[in-house]
Design a protein around this ligand. Structure first.
Ligand code: ZN
Length: 329
């Protein structure tokens, strides 16, 4: 049996990942799954709304996929959520203990196996080649890689940490749930801690696997989306012809089933790809300084300017998608 291809969008939140996930999902051989790490907790457990407008648990695609695994979604969801907590971000620090990862992966083996079944059902039913999972969390990608037969490609997506920090400050209703919940907000120090942790761990887990790792700055994607899309197609293992979907910098959205991610995933009909540089003028000075200083090592590593008015450095191979060379600079 050929292994199911999964394009995993990794790194940290607020990097434009839901938009890229949904854009890729417009191409016939790709399926936009969304942040699948939250499928059981949010999608099934909390009644999240699928991009098609139906609750995830009653949407035709997801209910079929869940039914292929179990007749009792709630029980399985509870178990999956509990298993995921057994390999959470703090456990990454315990991985240096000899035998820890192996033992823990054995204990939670049911999680990646169940995920694999879920993706397989969607892929067969939808007739697609590549399942897109934009969970970001690097430790979750590690569980899938080590505990399943999925053929994962890790697209490490980064964005200027000041743009990310500004996005975490915005107060926005969580329109992807049936409740009035407000989307999670993070202060600049907390956002920076997550930024550093998630990006460094992404490189540790994937940076030395040239066939399975690619690096992309959101800003470079916006500068030349068509060229980047083609490169992503090559990387993910299913060709992409950008002109079939992209009209300059915008694209229309057909019916999608993105299960979780940015709430704007629900009900949108078109997207215009644009640089969101509002942080340059909107960020309070204190936050601008904090976000610059706390993320300085990665700011420099990724070629972002220290001053907001400065120019981004070009990446070594122009501004195209970079394949694994980052780890060897
Ligand atoms: Zn749906």
């Amino acid at each position: 049996m050929t292994r199911r291809k999964v394009l995993y969008i990794g790194g940290t939140g607020r990097t434009g990942s839901t938009m890229i996930d949904q854009l890729l999902g417009q191409f016939g051989s790709y399926f936009s799954g969304g942040e699948m790490a939250f499928f059981w907790s949010r999608g099934i457990g909390a009644g999240a709304i699928c991009a098609c407008g139906e609750p995830v648990r009653s949407c035709s695609v997801w209910s079929h996929a869940v039914a292929s695994i179990t007749e009792d979604p709630d029980r399985v969801a509870d178990r999956m959520v509990a298993l995921r907590r057994r390999f959470w971000s703090p456990h990454v620090f315990a991985m240096w203990i000899p035998g820890f990862s192996r033992r823990r992966l054995q204990e939670i083996a049911e999680l990646p196996r169940t995920v694999e079944q879920l993706y397989e059902d969607v892929a067969v039913e939808q007739g697609i080649e590549v399942f897109i999972d934009s969970s970001k969390e690097p430790h979750y990608s590690y569980i899938l890689r080590e505990g399943s037969d999925l053929d994962l490609r890790f697209l490490h997506l980064v964005r200027d940490p000041r743009a990310v920090g500004r996005s975490w400050q915005r107060r926005k209703v969580e329109a992807g749930l049936a409740t009035d919940e407000i989307m999670e907000q993070r202060s600049s120090p907390i956002a920076s801690a997550y930024y550093m942790f998630s990006n460094i761990v992404s490189e540790i887990f994937w940076g030395n696997r040239p066939q399975q790792y690619a690096f992309l700055r959101y800003e470079d994607f916006v500068a030349e989306p068509a060229a980047i899309l083609e490169s992503i197609g090559e990387f993910a293992g299913s060709p992409i012809d950008p002109s079939s979907v992209l009209d300059g910098t915008s694209f229309a959205i057909g019916q999608m089933h993105t299960s979780w991610g940015n709430p704007s995933r629900v009900g949108r009909t078109s997207i215009t790809i644009r640089q969101d540089d509002a942080w340059r003028t909107e960020l309070p000075r204190r936050d601008l300084v904090l976000l610059t200083v706390l993320n300085l090592p990665l700011l420099l590593r990724y070629g972002y300017p220290i001053r907001p008015s400065g120019r981004r450095r070009d990446t070594p191979r122009s501004s195209r998608l970079r394949r694994a060379d980052l780890a060897h600079r």
